[in-house]
Design a protein around this ligand. Structure first.
Ligand code: DAH
Length: 339
């Protein structure tokens, strides 16, 4: 019996060296140590041994079992390390390979110009705020000193939800909201979408973008308005740009004006971009009407201010020589990736 046990051990040792997978190892374990395994088979014959022999053989059998178990465990660990190393070597990353190119789009032309304008006004001490596109008729018209029966309030010109609620037609209502909330000095710009009942064509759209500006403080004069907007025009269109103010009429400013800039393409000589005018109209502006200040509980004898409003789409079209407004909203990649 002793010989049988030693034989089992040596066969097991030999077979162990040939095992190539965890599965084979498990088969081997069952074959030698399992309930119906070879070791069990031998131990069944213990009954025939003498009382003296039994503990000796028992001890040997236990030793053989634990040695085989130990060897199996060692072999198992070896195999697992091999498998792991193999997997790691397959997963190895070749850092010398060229990377995959990620295409990261670019900013929309409107965003590019807006960023530029924000930056200019930031440098002049203006902060940027935003306001609601669904606006009260009160803020969009009445508080801005627009007369009750003015045609711009007509259903044909504006999208109404009900008598009081509409899609704002201009960013100017934010003048009121800001003056109600803050005491002077006030200095901000408001970019945002505005809406009007307009058929879409090369120069019209029912939705477009404006940038409003407002400054209220003590001793603000028309010269401050002109100086500020002149700096703005030069920074946006180039140092040689000239500005021209023409009288105009807005309800919420008095006096009011429209500002033209000399054409940055032909320097005022006349070309396609300025339609041979030499000048391009870019914004409306004026001194904040005393009525508007008073509506917002700002003493118009102590404070004065100026306001301006410009069309972002129009300025972008001029700056990039885009001849059709619709291109801005169609999201055609071939157009957008040119910027
Ligand atoms: N809200 C005007 C418009 O949509 C533009 C405008 C003109 C804004 C004069 C102003 C301003 O703040 O002072 O036509």
């Amino acid at each position: 019996m002793k010989k049988q046990l030693e034989k089992i051990k040596s066969i097991a040792d030999k077979e162990l060296t040939q095992v190539k997978s965890i599965n084979e190892l498990e088969e081997l374990r069952i074959k030698f140590l399992g309930k119906k395994g070879q070791l069990t088979k031998v131990l069944r014959g213990m009954g025939q041994l003498t009382i003296e022999e039994r503990p000796v053989i028992g001890k040997l059998a236990n030793k053989v079992r634990s040695e085989i178990e130990k060897n199996i465990q060692e072999q198992k660990e070896k195999l697992e390390t091999q498998i792991k190393n193999l997997r790691l070597s397959k997963e190895e990353i070749d850092i010398t390979l060229p990377g995959k190119k990620i295409s990261i789009g670019n900013k929309h032309p409107l965003t590019l110009v807006l960023d530029e304008i924000k930056e200019i006004f930031l440098g002049l001490g203006f902060s940027t705020i935003e306001g609601p596109e669904v606006e009260l008729s009160y803020y969009n018209f009445d508080a801005l000193n627009v007369p009750q029966n003015h045609p711009s309030k007509d259903l044909q010109d504006t999208f109404y939800f009900n008598d009081e609620l509409l899609l704002r037609t201009q960013t100017s209502p934010m003048q009121i909201r800001a003056m109600e909330k803050h005491k002077p000095p006030i200095r901000f710009i408001v970019p945002g979408k505005v809406y009007r009942v307009d058929e879409i064509d090369a120069t019209h759209s029912p939705v477009f973008h404006q940038i409003e500006g407002l400054l209220v403080d003590k001793d603000i004069a028309m010269s401050d308005l002109k100086g500020t907007l002149e700096i703005f025009a030069k920074r946006l269109f180039g140092e040689n740009t000239k500005t021209r103010f023409r009288p105009h009429q807005f309800y919420f400013t008095e006096p009011s004006a429209e500002m033209d800039v000399s054409c940055f393409v032909c320097n005022g000589k006349g070309c396609r971009v300025c339609q041979d005018e030499g000048w391009i109209e870019i914004l409306g502006c004026g001194m904040v009407h005393p009525n508007v200040l008073e509506i917002c509980h700002i003493d118009s004898k102590v404070y004065s201010g100026f306001a301006f409003g410009m069309g972002l789409d129009r300025i972008t079209m001029i700056k990039y020589d885009i001849d059709d407004l619709r291109l801005m909203f169609e999201n055609d990649i071939r157009f957008l990736k040119q910027f």
